[in-house]
Design a protein around this ligand. Structure first.
Ligand SMILES: Cc1cc2nc3c(=O)[nH]c(=O)nc-3n(C[C@H](O)[C@H](O)[C@H](O)COP(=O)(O)OP(=O)(O)OC[C@H]3O[C@@H](n4cnc5c(N)ncnc54)[C@H](O)[C@@H]3O)c2cc1C
Ligand code: SF4
Length: 325
């Protein structure tokens, strides 16, 4: 499979990258390329220009200051899960990063690239030849959805592994644009629109991921349920964070909706309670209702809802085990 033709830019600074993107609003950012280049080869994304940000030196770091752990956009997933600070204090993040794809994806793939990856659908993530048997769908530029044939909405699913871990850690992100930078909650990056899944303005780059230091006082766990042990997207992935002392809990899911889902209703139900078996049964039932999985993969929505409940229980039990050890 060949890449379509495109213009190529290799900026050496964030400022230069932002200025190129300002002049080329249809250009795509290239980081590790493990998501974008595959989509380009499948011809579901054919940007006229590519801005390769890998040559920007100061976006690959994990550092801690008085307020937060800060991770640069270009930090690879392997760097994240090999860092002892992350392994020991933010295990949910290390676990999520270490489950992505294969070793090659983890070595090439960056944190920002993982968060900003395209939504997925069994009718979209296919070769041009496979797709040619049907009319082109909304997401690939056509007029029809093969999953829900009623509204002009794309129901593709967000399937990234790392976003739920960072949602459970209440992470923020720094977004840099032509005029200024803005700090927003990671949760607000995701639009819930399958066709345009990110709330980024043209020319904006995700520059840094910020995790407040108090998150390190909690216990956490990420569990991915996939068909194979490697090179597989999650069927469902669940992240859990808890401050056992304050009985405060956070829950997030991936591959269960059009965006990574922070399960606020589940959290509101659990907060302040001791996590007994009965409470977890009720929380699991709530989790299954909070998401809106659509059949964009080979797995049924009922199966996904059941998994959400089961994985919630497993992540809680793992986090509790850690709290005791
Ligand atoms: C076979 C296979 C299996 C995979 N399995 C998994 C899996 O199990 N779990 C999982 O989460 N992912 C998986 N992936 C997807 C992908 O490999 C990872 O998500 C990877 O972390 C993407 O990072 P990257 O740096 O390579 O992104 P890229 O491909 O470079 O970019 C991905 C997207 O993010 C945008 N982008 C990149 N950096 C920025 C930035 N700083 N600001 C704004 N936008 C940006 C790009 O424009 C592009 O749209 C898989 C991919 C393949 C091909
Ligand atoms: S949900 Fe519909 S529009 Fe979206 S990628 Fe799938 S088939 Fe295409």
């Amino acid at each position: 499979m060949r890449l379509p033709k495109f213009e190529y830019f290799a900026p050496k600074s964030l400022k230069e990258a932002v200025s190129i993107l300002q002049n080329e609003p249809s250009a795509k950012i290239l980081a590790g390329g493990t998501d974008l280049l595959v989509n380009m080869k499948h011809k579901v994304e054919c940007p006229p220009a590519i801005v390769n940000i890998k040559g920007i030196n100061d976006l690959d770091y994990i550092k801690q200051d008085n307020a937060a752990v800060r991770i640069g956009a270009l930090t690879t997933l392997k760097h994240i899960y090999m860092t002892s600070l992350i392994q020991e204090k933010l295990p949910v993040l290390a676990e999520a990063a270490s489950t992505v794809g294969s070793y090659h994806h983890q070595t090439m793939g960056t944190l920002a690239g993982n968060l900003c990856q395209q939504n997925r659908c069994k009718f979209f993530n296919q070769s041009q030849w496979w797709r040619s048997a049907r009319p082109t769908c909304f997401k690939a530029g056509g007029q029809i959805c093969h999953v829900v044939n009623k509204k002009e909405i794309c129901y593709s699913s967000y399937c990234g592994d790392v976003a739920p871990a960072l949602l459970a850690l209440n992470a923020k992100i720094l977004v840099t644009g032509h005029k200024d930078s803005r700090e927003i909650l990671l949760e607000d990056l995701f639009s819930g629109d399958g066709k345009a899944p990110l709330n980024l303005n043209p020319g904006e780059i995700l520059a840094e991921i910020i995790i407040a230091l108090e998150e390190m006082d909690g216990v956490s766990s990420y569990i991915k349920f996939a068909n194979r042990e490697s090179i597989d997207f999650p069927i469902v992935g669940t992240a859990f964070w808890a401050s056992m002392e304050n009985k405060e809990y956070r829950v997030a899911f991936t591959a269960a909706d059009r965006k990574p889902l922070r399960a606020h209703q589940v959290e509101a139900f659990m907060n302040g309670k001791n996590l007994s078996e009965n409470i977890l049964d009720e929380a699991s039932a709530l989790a299954a209702k909070e998401a809106k999985p659509i059949k964009t993969s080979v797995y049924s929505t009922t199966y996904k809802r059941r998994l959400m409940g089961l994985l919630l229980k497993s992540t809680v039990s793992e986090a509790m085990r850690r709290a005791k050890s």
